[in-house]
Design a protein around this ligand. Structure first.
Ligand SMILES: [Mg+2]
Length: 151
């Protein structure tokens, strides 16, 4: 099963290798910092637009019964593109998307009086070979977020 961490790791590994439609390396900075936050937002929203266009055509009845399976697959691909760009956008904005999603999901559940909660998928504490207790605290990097948007 895909995890947020696996998507982030793959995104960061692929980013410096990513080529545009002309076969050229797309980013001059390996961490994607050659694009502004607004440009990463544009990429994310562009993929959502592609998904919306397919759904519009589905709603309008543009696809025959023979074509609808292909359209559904195309829709899945656009959602996947959007998810991939959302992760890159979150990375550039200093957000741990998995931790943020879990934190916010649970906040909303508490607010609406629902017991459905997301739990950390990884241990929050373990003992390393030296006997030290290590912990992982999912956090949002609010200082970095503020700095990015203060520019
Ligand atoms: Mg796409």
């Amino acid at each position: 099963m895909l995890t947020f961490n696996a998507l982030r790791a793959a995104n960061l590994a692929r980013l410096p290798l990513f080529k545009n439609a002309q076969g050229e390396v797309a980013h001059s900075m390996p961490d994607g910092s050659d694009w502004s936050i607004g440009e990463w937002v544009m990429a994310f929203v562009g993929e959502l637009g592609e998904a919306c266009n397919i759904m519009k055509k589905m709603k309008r009845g543009d696809f025959s019964s023979a074509e609808i399976h292909k359209a559904q697959t195309a829709l899945e691909h656009e959602f996947a593109d959007a998810q991939t760009y959302l992760d890159l956008l979150a990375y550039r904005a200093g957000v741990d998307l998995g931790a943020a999603t879990m934190q916010k999901f649970n906040m909303v559940s508490r607010r609406v009086g629902c017991s459905v909660m997301l739990n950390p998928p990884i241990p929050i504490a373990w003992i390393n070979p030296e006997g030290n207790v290590l912990t992982v605290q999912p956090t949002l990097n609010r200082d970095r977020w503020t700095a990015l948007y203060a520019l």
